[in-house]
Design a binder for this molecule. Structure first.
Ligand code: HEC
Ligand code: HEC
Length: 305
């Protein structure tokens, strides 16, 4: 399912360049300042539900093929295969013991926006925190509040199956050092509020680039290729270009794009396929204005052929 790769576990080369001691200092897991998560007040659960679907949490954190209400039981996901081994998305249900019901907002927020786990460890970027890093503290608070209203599950996901050196979490500091950023992915001048909203959704919670942007040998996004598509990192087929330069959606109107996200049908009445099926189901849960904002942003970004 979903963004099934984790590229660029490049800790060892970086370690070589910096020396082990310097590497560990420079790349130590960095939490946000605690003030980021303070004083946010009661979460808005209705909005938290929208953030939940914008973020696609259910696509990875529920067993394969979950439908209907089962998409709300975050008991752990289907195996995520990657060139580095197999990941098992953990239980993030409201269970106090097996899930994240006992976590603080700061612990949850640091996982989401900095890839730092509860025990201060680096998390693997197969959890797309490299995108979620752009989420506002308010949205993280609303999302956490919503997740805590979902059913608890006591299931325990299997451990990841990763060969050495990918099983060493410390090496992830190198990946973060090279690639982690919460800056905008594209510079948009004079963008309307609607386009800015689309930018937030696509580059942040929607994590569209995790599938639609081609990667270099070390797993970083190729510069100048934002959302330009490329070979499917899972092996089969390609992921389409969704910039205005696309042979396919380049000719779609904003309304066509918004309608595809809502219904799963292209203007030619083909239906959505592959890993986009889950994404589209989530997009259908958003307010129409958010799908329109995403469409406006996809028309505003640089065209790549
Ligand atoms: C593309 C798949 C994918 C998506 C989408 C995804 N996750 Fe995860 N998530 C993972 C994987 C894999 C891990 C395990 C990372 C690790 O072990 O370092 C994880 C770990 C986590 C953790 C840390 C749990 C722990 O016990 O340490 C939290 C919290 C989390 N995800 C929350 C979310 C939320 C909330 C969303 C939706 C906004 C979400 N995830 C979307 C794959 C995903
Ligand atoms: C898990 C990987 C994944 C993610 C995340 C993802 N997509 Fe896709 N997307 C795909 C795949 C695969 C296709 C091709 C679908 C098909 O073959 O029917 C696709 C197709 C599309 C298309 C239609 C393109 C065409 O030429 O037919 C649009 C538009 C699109 N995605 C937008 C988005 C947006 C917006 C987001 C973020 C909210 C997003 N995608 C996130 C994998 C993904």
């Amino acid at each position: 399912m979903v963004s099934k790769w984790l590229k660029g576990l490049v800790g060892l080369p970086v370690m070589g360049a910096l020396g082990v001691g310097g590497f560990l200092v420079v790349t130590a897991p960095a939490r946000q300042d605690a003030s980021v998560w303070a004083g946010l007040g009661e979460p808005d659960l209705t909005h938290g539900r929208e953030v939940f679907f914008a973020g696609g949490c259910t696509s990875c954190h529920t067993p394969a093929g979950s439908a209907g209400d089962a998409r709300l039981i975050l008991s752990g996901g289907a195996p995520i295969h990657s060139p580095f081994g197999t990941f098992h998305a953990p239980n993030i249900s409201s269970s106090q013991t097996a899930g994240i019901g006992g976590w603080t907002l700061a612990e949850f927020g640091d996982a989401m926006t900095r890839g730092v786990g509860r025990r201060g460890e680096h998390l693997y970027p197969s959890f797309p925190y490299g995108s979620y890093a752009r989420m506002s503290a308010k949205d993280v608070n609303d999302l956490f509040g919503f997740i805590k209203t979902l059913p608890a599950s006591e299931a325990v996901a299997p451990a990841h199956e990763l060969p050495f050196p990918f099983n060493i979490r410390l090496s992830l500091g190198g990946w973060k050092f090279l690639y982690f950023t919460d800056e905008p992915r594209v510079a948009l001048t004079d963008a309307s509020d609607m386009v800015r909203r689309g930018q937030y959704l696509v580059e942040g919670p929607g994590h569209c680039g995790e599938c639609h942007t081609p990667r270099d040998m070390l797993g970083g996004f190729r510069s100048g290729q934002w959302l330009a598509g490329g070979p499917n990192p899972e092996g089969e087929g390609t992921i389409p270009n969704i910039t205005p330069g696309s042979k396919s959606i380049g000719s779609w109107s904003e309304a066509d794009i918004a309608s595809y996200l809502e219904t799963g049908f292209t203007p030619e009445f083909d239906s959505v396929g592959g890993t986009m099926v889950e994404v589209q189901k989530n997009m259908a849960e958003l307010p129409a204005s958010d799908r329109e904002a995403i469409a406006a942003y996809l028309k505003a970004i640089p065209a790549v052929q």
